[in-house]
Design a binder for this molecule. Structure first.
Ligand code: NAD
Length: 506
């Protein structure tokens, strides 16, 4: 039994083996604890609805304990370590994840239902890499230094120092649980901060498991803390409103970001936000059609469409529109829905029944607004074993007006709308006609057009002839309603450190 779990005295009747289900605990000050709240909530599999675990919900007192532990740890051995010592420990964390690859993989797939083939290539390896890359980066980053003249002729030197910001609250989503959480925890710890993490209520397990790895790697108690629960009136809101939190880094929906920003206003605490998107792909007639189809297939359907960077609006130059739609349809219809462990599976379920209801409401709206359903549009019949899961058909529409809800709002499911365009000017205008500005994909073999169009698209990330090709040293984040600030490379240092100028008169 792993230390994240306790035997449950009240095993529910639908426990698959008749055994007590696992319990997911908080991790506070280096120790797993059920906390003081006494409330638990169910974590159910999106694959078949079976109970995966019971998760303890943090009370306000539990969140206080976690923040207190994080604050105390700021003054402990963590703060006295050299950057080389911290780097070595974070490398050990990465190695610890890799050593327990199968445990992390099983936990991630049980919580999300995503195909093992996907999680084993992306979620878990990137979860480990996030510790190494930021540790190495922080170790090697330089700050600025300016010599200046003074009236007495002796001059002065200015140099910048980076100090940790303090206690960082990390609020993470369910779509790439380990990857997106470590993407924040990695740089936060590399910069010498301490953290309290509140993972999504849908996917608590890999974050909980990371506590074991932290202890094994020698991370001092209190540096990494985890509390479980929901957002409003629960652990998320208690944590973001906590006056002893020095900064909040959040990935999730734009509306949640607005609520967190209000909480952060008290004490003027800084925020780093990675929010929603309604990302366009622009497919020009001069593209490499095979590559554009392959890339658009991934950007629409990977992780069952639950990727913030995913494409929901596809604009195709008119001469190739019919061919593109028919090839994308064939690709969608060849997708294989199934259990995570089946190597043939390339499409899992949505995260929950609640999220499926939301996505299905857009499927209905599309039809009500006059869309042509090219493929999909409903719930697949995968037999009685999977009937309790949150399955949905991959779906493609054409024919919607640009101002319809399906074209304006983030759906976060395996679906897209494809619309023709006639000129480059029109394509850019359509791409930018959205409150969001996270990512875009441009498919063209014309290098001048690639530069021209990329420059004019209002988004934090533009891929040309690719999608999700990520170099972790590069800036990552959205413009407009898609976020505040940039993560990745040295750019995250603006949030995770306080920059101080020291001026020395010579
Ligand atoms: P969500 O906003 O519902 O929840 C995210 C986290 O916030 C969860 O841990 C949740 O418990 C917590 N939360 C909710 N309300 C809160 C509150 N009032 N105070 C504090 N915490 C609160 O998002 P989700 O459904 O988990 O994830 C999907 C969304 O995340 C999509 O909009 C997607 O685009 C976005 N996302 C963005 C990026 C990016 O990099 N820009 C990456 C992944 C996901």
């Amino acid at each position: 039994m792993i230390a994240t779990t306790l035997p449950a005295p009240d095993a529910p009747a639908d426990s698959p083996t008749g055994a007590a289900p696992a319990r997911v605990l908080h991790f506070i000050d280096g120790t797993y604890t059920a906390g003081t709240g006494g409330r638990v909530f169910e974590n159910r599999s999106p694959v078949d609805g079976r109970l995966v675990s019971l998760v303890h919900e943090a009370s306000r007192a539990d969140v206080d304990d976690a923040v207190r532990a994080a604050r105390a740890a700021l003054k402990g051995p963590w703060s006295r370590m050299t950057v080389e010592q911290r780097t070595a420990i974070l490398h050990a964390v990465a190695d610890g994840i890799t050593r327990r690859f199968d445990d992390f993989l099983a936990a991630e797939c049980a919580d999300t239902g995503k195909p093992r083939s996907l999680a084993s290539h992306i979620d878990i390896p990137r979860g480990a890499a996030n510790f190494k890359i930021f540790a190495d980066l922080v170790k090697n980053v330089a700050t600025e230094c300016f010599e200046m003249a003074t009236p007495d002729g002796r001059g002065a030197i200015n140099y910048a120092r980076r100090a940790p910001r303090g206690v960082i609250a990390v609020i993470s989503p369910w779509n790439l649980p380990l990857l997106l959480m470590t993407w924040k925890v990695g740089p936060a710890l590399a910069c010498g901060n301490t953290v309290v993490v509140k993972p999504s209520e849908e996917t608590p397990t890999t974050t909980a498991l990371l506590g074991e790895v932290m202890n094994e790697a020698g991370v001092p108690p209190g540096v990494f803390n985890v509390v479980h629960g929901f957002g409003p009136d629960s652990a998320g809101a208690f944590l973001t409103a906590h006056p002893e939190v020095d900064g909040i880094t959040f990935t999730g929906e734009t509306r949640t970001g607005e609520a967190i920003m209000k909480a952060a206003a008290a004490g003027v605490r800084p925020v780093s936000f990675e929010l929603g998107g309604k990302n366009p792909a622009l497919v020009f007639a001069d593209c490499d059609m095979d590559a554009a189809i392959e890339g658009t297939m991934r950007s629409v359907f990977a992780n069952c469409g639950q990727v913030c960077l995913g494409t929901e609006r596809v604009y195709v130059e008119r001469p190739i529109f019919e061919e593109f739609v028919s090839r994308l349809k064939a690709g969608a219809e060849a997708l294989r829905l199934g259990r995570p462990e089946d190597p043939e599976t390339n499409l899992g379920p949505l995260i929950s029944a609640e999220h499926r209801d939301k996505v299905l409401s857009y499927y209905r709206k599309a039809v009500a607004d006059g869309a042509t359903v090219v493929t999909g549009g409903g719930v697949p019949d995968l037999g009685p074993e999977l009937a309790g899961g949150s399955w949905i058909q991959p779906t493609i529409w054409t024919g919607l007006a640009d101002d319809s809800a399906v074209m304006r709002e983030e759906i976060f499911g395996p679906c897209c709308h494809v619309r023709p365009f006639d000129t480059e000017e029109e394509a850019v205008a359509l791409a930018n006609d959205t409150p969001y500005g996270l990512a875009a994909a441009v498919w063209t073999e014309n290098v001048s057009r690639a530069h021209r169009v990329s420059a004019r698209i209002d988004a934090g990330i533009v891929w040309v002839n690719s999608w999700f090709l990520r170099d972790l040293r590069t800036p990552f984040g959205g413009s407009k309603a898609s976020g505040i600030g940039r993560e990745g490379g040295v750019h995250g240092l603006e949030f995770y450190t306080e920059l101080k100028n020291v001026c020395i008169k010579l």
